[in-house]
Design a protein around this ligand. Structure first.
Ligand SMILES: [Zn+2]
Length: 110
């Protein structure tokens, strides 16, 4: 008799509703790394384009921001301004899902 082993789909403990943002952040992270690689390729030529150099640096610094946001989701502190503690408006998170502060508070340079 055929035994169909049920695949144990362990549902992630999503106690929050940040799952779409988590997926968005992971997609952006992938995208960031890909674009950074492209920019780095451009900087590898004999006359590096300063725009590409700046771009590669900006993309490289974006990844830790995204990682930090993913950590905040895991820690349950995502969506809250680390400076004033207020909730970050959803429309801001949709635009910058890695944002750690609200619009009123300055974003610290990582
Ligand atoms: Zn704030």
């Amino acid at each position: 008799m055929p035994t169909s082993t049920p695949v144990a789909t362990t549902p992630a403990p999503t106690t929050t509703s940040w799952e779409p943002f988590r997926l968005l952040l992971e997609a952006q992270r992938e995208d960031c790394l890909r674009q950074r690689d492209l920019a780095l390729t451009e900087t590898a030529v004999s006359h590096p384009d300063p725009v590409a150099v700046t771009r590669a640096a900006a993309l490289a610094s974006r990844v830790p921001e995204i990682d930090a946001a993913l950590e905040r989701i895991a820690a349950g502190t995502y969506g809250r301004c680390f400076s004033c503690g207020n909730e970050i408006p959803a429309e801001r998170l949709e635009f910058r899902p890695y944002a750690g502060s609200c619009v009123a508070c300055p974003t610290p340079v990582v």
